[in-house]
Design a protein around this ligand. Structure first.
Ligand SMILES: Nc1nc2c(ncn2[C@@H]2O[C@H](COP(=O)(O)OP(=O)(O)OP(=O)(O)O)[C@@H](O)[C@H]2O)c(=O)[nH]1
Ligand SMILES: [Mg+2]
Length: 481
């Protein structure tokens, strides 16, 4: 026969009731004081509840933010486009970050110098080999390093310390990584190993270089940098400025770079033509320099800004998402596809003769076409506005003008003229065709030829996009007819 378990009292079975039960043997005065306290606590709790419901009601009534996702392969210009948005709509905050960008530009300079030193090293190795070993790379044989070049090389090796110092300051735990990247600058089979700095966008790395007392909205750029810092790498860069210039302008260096197919001017974060400014003692980057600074993105960063519609005077919250474009990071994009109002897809058309840093067998333009196809055909994005930026048109102009032929890399271009208008029209048509043939439901093709480091022209493109999105967003919210 089952034995009956006696029912426990409420206090015994419920630990919460147990905890808040009045103490035993309470005197009438103690009871009164307790009741007063409980009444006051309930008033506070009711006030918090009322505030929460008011906030929830406000959130429900408030129009949803306009969401924009920036997509495209690595180095396509996503972060640069975000910088343009910030410069246009949050100029104070953008400029308050100059000290951090100063450090990145210094790193970019040192990286370019290292690429040159590595190239000289390779040329020297070739020269030092016995003639029998040199026969297969005979194009390097005519190069001779003069005494000046050898001593420049030795002196500039000290810049390694600048790199180390900047890295130490940037290296908040988990904030940055050195990405070992293959960096072949052309489709040439020759591979070169070089390292590129990448920052995890979720970490506040920018704080490492801004003086705490300067504040985020400080406009006084001179106060952003700690000029008395004895470890400021700007001092050594200034001391080596002439050496760097002589190295970069040295005819033998130019010949070595050409022979090794290295086009430094096209490299992200190229500042060797601005060494006077960048290495001056009290250098603070201009807006243009910040746009040209290169820092690879890891992860996804969200930027919030409040934009105003100039006609109706209405304001809307905008959220812009910037992602890392390297192949290994693309799987993370899909979790941001839901609920986006627009995607700005960047295809750097000047990269038609380059390969991916992370996958040296893949042509960069082919990768952009493939990526665009997969984005426009994605069902999760069928209602999302697609805005295509055919970016880096400045480099495209220069490349075609220098005689590099699009048809050598894009067979279907055939015998069309090798000028910018024909080439850009052709590529634009190909991207349009892909959109038409692959979109799950018909959509408008918005396309702009852009140079994201040119603030003036980009300003108009972004303002147009903002107005278009604001209007369609308001219509959807039934706030305008
Ligand atoms: N000349 C030129 N340079 C550009 C243009 N757009 C971007 N850049 C430069 O190209 C480099 C790469 O741009 P980013 O914006 O960092 O590229 P990203 O797409 O964010 O790259 P990941 O973060 O690796 O995905 C930067 O140094 C930019 O200054 C352009 O239209 N013309
Ligand atoms: Mg980026």
């Amino acid at each position: 026969m089952p034995t009956r378990v006696p029912r426990r009292s409420m206090e015994e079975s419920d630990p919460i009731a147990n905890a808040i039960a009045p103490p035993q043997n309470e005197s009438p005065e103690e009871r009164e004081a307790r009741i007063q306290k409980e009444r006051a606590a309930k008033q506070v709790s009711d006030a918090i509840d009322a505030e929460l419901s008011r906030e929830q009601a406000y959130e429900r009534k408030r129009p949803k933010p306009v969401k924009i996702l920036l997509l495209g392969q690595s180095e396509s210009g996503k972060s640069t486009t975000l910088k343009n948005f910030q410069l246009l709509y949050e100029p104070k905050a953008f400029r308050a970050e100059r000290a951090s960008w100063r450090a990145i530009i210094q790193l970019n300079v040192v990286r370019s110098i290292h690429i040159i030193l590595d190239a000289i090293g390779r040329a020297q190795n070739t020269q030092d080999r016995p003639p029998s070993a040199r026969s297969s790379i005979s194009s390097h044989e005519s190069l001779r390093l003069d005494a000046e070049l050898v001593s420049l090389k030795m002196r500039l090796t000290s810049l390694l310390d600048v790199e180390k110092d900047l890295m130490k300051r940037l290296s908040l735990p988990g904030s940055v990584e050195w990405e070992p990247t293959e960096r072949p600058l052309t489709s040439s089979p020759r591979k070169r190993q070089s390292r590129e700095l990448a920052v995890n966008s979720t970490v506040a790395w920018k704080g490492a270089f801004t003086r705490p007392e300067s504040g985020r909205n400080s406009c006084d750029t001179d106060h952003l940098v700690d000029w008395d810092d004895p470890a400021d790498p700007g001092v050594l860069l200034h001391a080596r400025s002439e050496d760097m210039k002589r190295l970069w302008e040295h005819p033998t260096v130019q010949a070595i770079l050409e022979k090794q197919h290295i086009r430094l001017q096209e490299l992200a974060g190229f500042f060797l033509d601005s060494l006077d400014e960048v290495t001056s003692l009290r250098y603070v980057p201009t807006d243009d320099h910040i746009l040209r600074a290169r820092l690879k993105t890891l992860g996804v960063s969200e930027h919030r800004m409040r934009l105003t519609d100039p006609t109706g005077g209405m304001s809307r919250d905008f959220r812009i998402f910037d992602v890392g474009g390297t192949r290994s990071l693309r799987a993370a994009w899909v979790s941001y596809f839901d609920d986006m109002d627009a995607i700005i897809f960047l295809a750097p058309i000047s990269a038609f003769d380059q390969v991916l840093a992370e996958e040296p067998t893949v042509n960069r333009l082919a990768d952009s076409f493939k990526l665009w196809t997969s984005i426009v055909s994605n069902k999760l994005l069928q209602h999302t506005n697609m805005i295509l930026f055919l970016n880096k048109v400045d480099i495209m102009h220069a490349k075609l003008a220098s005689g590099i032929r699009l048809s050598d890399f894009v067979d279907s271009y055939g015998r069309r003229p090798n000028d910018f208008d024909s080439a850009s029209r052709y590529l634009r048509k190909q991207f349009h065709l892909i959109l038409k043939q692959n979109s799950p439901i018909p959509r408008i093709f918005y396309c702009h030829l852009t140079n994201a480091i040119d603030t003036e022209s980009t300003k108009y493109v972004l303002a147009g996009i903002k107005d278009m999105l604001m209007r369609s967003h308001l219509q959807e919210s039934h706030l305008i007819l």
